[in-house]
Ligand binder design. Sequence first.
Ligand SMILES: [Zn+2]
Length: 77
Amino acid sequence: MPVDRLLEKARKLAESGRVEQLAAGVYNVVGDHGTYTVAQDYTGKYSCNCQGYLQKRKCSHIAAVMLATKQHKRKPR
Ligand SMILES: [Zn+2]
């Protein structure tokens, strides 16, 4: 999938509220073909359990989580 299409898909997921935070650094993303779990490790790196991520190490679900978390500004430490 070209990167611009991936980002477009991610933006749609984020804007339609299909990113749900389950716990600190763990998110559910309801995609077109199923629900996927995106997890962030202690280094800040995201991983996803969908086929696209397993094959290419990037996917629209992770991009959607990044977009969605950017919208909610975190409190300054
Ligand atoms: Zn994914």
